[in-house]
Ligand binder design. Structure first.
Ligand SMILES: [Zn+2]
Ligand SMILES: [Zn+2]
Length: 570
């Protein structure tokens, strides 16, 4: 069994144990095991019971539990808890902001056994009356349930992209003569995907429909399908699959019409005509030809949103978008010093192996106690190790950074002497995420004014499909970054993609540079650079406005000069 599945089961078991009032010592054992194993590199699925028992922080009974998961896919203990818990209650356990203890009260005292029942109880005010709940918790519950409802059956882009590849490969296997590609929001690389949207060029729709009927992984939903559309599911996954059929010779045109947003296709481009009009006038063999017929340069699929790209194309101002090969280094990453999975040396070596010139290490700062944030003495210790590694790995360079928590009032959480010991600082909010827009914005503005802040990290704290970000006035924040020469991060983690691409164009107009940062907590995390790149490109990000296209000398010089200004001014 893979680690992810094992951990998911242990985590669920810990929550269920809490729900069923088990011994708190035992519960903590499971929670600690999950915490420790989450950071391990060891493939738990390959270990024998004796080997599992030797892992630090795992007792005999948890080792036996994991062993059973390896053998038969699930442990008897978990099965037993699940048997004694209504399904709806199990689902409620992964609701944000409400722990198992509260869920137990809702279950036992109000007899709630599903999200639907909980929503009714909360809307009628019953929840607020429970001991330990109150109006605020009730509202949190309503928000969380609504958020969950709105996001059921959706995927973030990275997952959707992978799934689409699998689905396409499988369809090509059963119907090799077709032409099939992604289209719609998926082709526009939208951050959240509601349907795996595919366009199929075929000269015989029936053949492919019959083949899909016979394929066991595909299940058609007849009511939602039509004569040229197949809608259904793949392997019982919750996100729908949509296949739009067209003649092979119409493929370019049909894919084009299904890719651009409505706005993109219906803005006037030439002589009162829209792209929709132009594409229907004749047949085209490429999308480049379509744009040329409209007198425009080719607009890449990810930019076809109808925001600013048509105007830019009309004026001959289409941005030359940043590419993967432009990125010279990776800033904002974690190591085992705080909550990362791999050591500083592993993170650096891997970054170097991938061909990058530098790594910015930004472990959590001291307020982030839950993430083992660095107290001052450990900052010094890390800097000594960085100096040693820099000798060893030269000309590759590790820059000394920190992800400094932005405190409640916008202050960073070290004194100036410590702040001055870093090459650069990513300032991020990690706690008290429920401020109103005025307070949350002011908090960021204060952090941006701090002369030590180099980069503003994940500006809204959002986790796509899981948690809404705190509200901020994006314009004020971006304007303030422009004024104080602060770079804004596009956090490249597919769950974050924060700064949102919708604000990229505005940031660039204000002259604010953006850094594509993976916020990697393990070596594989560097792969997320690609998703950050896509988000940037979606908003029109060019290489010269991307902070980490600077090479190792340039960025070193930038950090040094910026720090020098602080000393001179202060
Ligand atoms: Zn962070
Ligand atoms: Zn981070």
């Amino acid at each position: 069994m893979d680690n992810k599945t094992i951990l998911k089961q242990l985590k669920l078991q810990a929550a269920l144990m809490e729900l069923h009032d088990e011994n708190s010592f035992k519960i903590r054992g499971y929670q600690n095991a999950v915490f420790n194993l989450d950071k391990t590199d060891i493939e738990l699925g390959n270990l024998s019971l004796a080997e599992l028992e030797k892992i630090d922080g795992i007792g005999k009974s948890i080792a036996a539990n994991i062993n059973e998961i390896n053998q038969r896919g699930v442990s008897t203990a978990l099965e037993e808890y699940l048997k004694n818990t209504p399904e709806g209650i199990v689902e409620l356990l992964d609701m944000k902001g409400i722990g198992p203890k509260k869920i137990k009260v809702l279950w036992k005292e109000l007899g709630i056994e599903s999200g639907h029942e909980l929503k009714e109880a909360a809307n009628s005010g019953l929840v607020a009356k429970l001991k330990g709940f109150g109006e605020k918790t009730q509202q949190t519950i309503i928000n969380a349930l609504e958020f969950k409802e709105a996001n059921a059956n959706k995927l973030h882009y990275a997952e959707a992209e992978k799934l689409a590849e699998i689905v396409i490969a499988e369809i090509l296997e059963i119907a090799p003569d077709i032409k099939i590609e992604v289209t719609g929001a998926l082709r526009r690389k939208m951050e959240i995907i509601e349907v795996i949207d595919l366009i199929v060029g075929t000269d015989d729709i029936e053949i492919i429909e019959d083949a899909l009927d016979d394929a066991e992984n595909f299940e058609q939903v007849i009511e939602e399908s039509g004569p040229i559309t197949w809608r259904g599911n793949y392997k019982a996954l919750r996100i729908p699959i949509q296949l739009s059929f067209c003649e092979k010779e119409d493929f370019v045109k049909e894919q084009f019409l299904r890719t651009g947003s409505n706005l993109h296709l219906s803005l006037e481009v030439k002589d009162k005509l829209t792209l929709k009009d132009i594409v229907r006038q004749q047949n085209f063999t490429s999308e480049k030809e379509i744009y040329a017929a409209a007198g425009l340069g080719e607009i890449v699929p990810e930019m076809r949103e109808g925001t600013f790209e048509i105007e830019a194309a009309k004026n001959g101002n289409l941005p030359e978008l940043v590419e993967m090969k432009d990125l010279k280094g990776i800033l904002h990453n974690h190591s085992t010093y705080s909550d990362g999975k791999h050591s500083l040396e592993q993170m650096a070596q891997h970054c170097k192996d991938l061909g990058y010139e530098y790594l910015g290490i930004c472990d959590h700062s001291k307020s982030a106690f839950y993430a083992n944030g660095l107290k001052e003495d450990r900052v010094i210790q890390q800097h000594e190790e960085i100096d040693r590694l820099n000798e060893k790995l030269a000309p590759f360079k590790i820059f000394k950074g920190i992800e400094s928590d932005i405190l409640y009032d916008g202050q960073l959480d070290y004194n100036d002497d410590v702040l001055a010991s870093f090459d650069f600082i990513v300032a991020s909010v990690h706690s008290i995420l429920n401020m109103n827009i005025e307070k949350a914005t002011q908090r960021l503005l204060t952090a941006i004014e701090n002369p030590y802040t180099t980069i503003l990290g994940h500006p809204t704290g959002r986790l796509l499909l899981r948690r809404e970000g705190y509200p901020i006035d994006h314009k004020m924040v971006i304007d303030h970054c422009a004024k104080h020469n602060v770079v804004i991060e596009i956090n490249a983690n597919p769950w974050r993609l924060d700064l949102d691409w919708r604000w990229v164009h505005y940031a660039l107009e204000q002259g604010v540079k953006l850094a594509i940062n993976p916020d990697a907590h393990e070596m594989d995390g560097y792969q997320h650079m690609y998703y950050g790149l896509l988000a940037g490109r979606k908003g029109g990000l060019t290489a010269n406005m991307t902070f980490n296209v600077l090479n190792v000398e340039e960025i070193g010089k930038y950090f040094a000069e910026r720090k020098q200004k602080i000393t001179v001014n202060g």
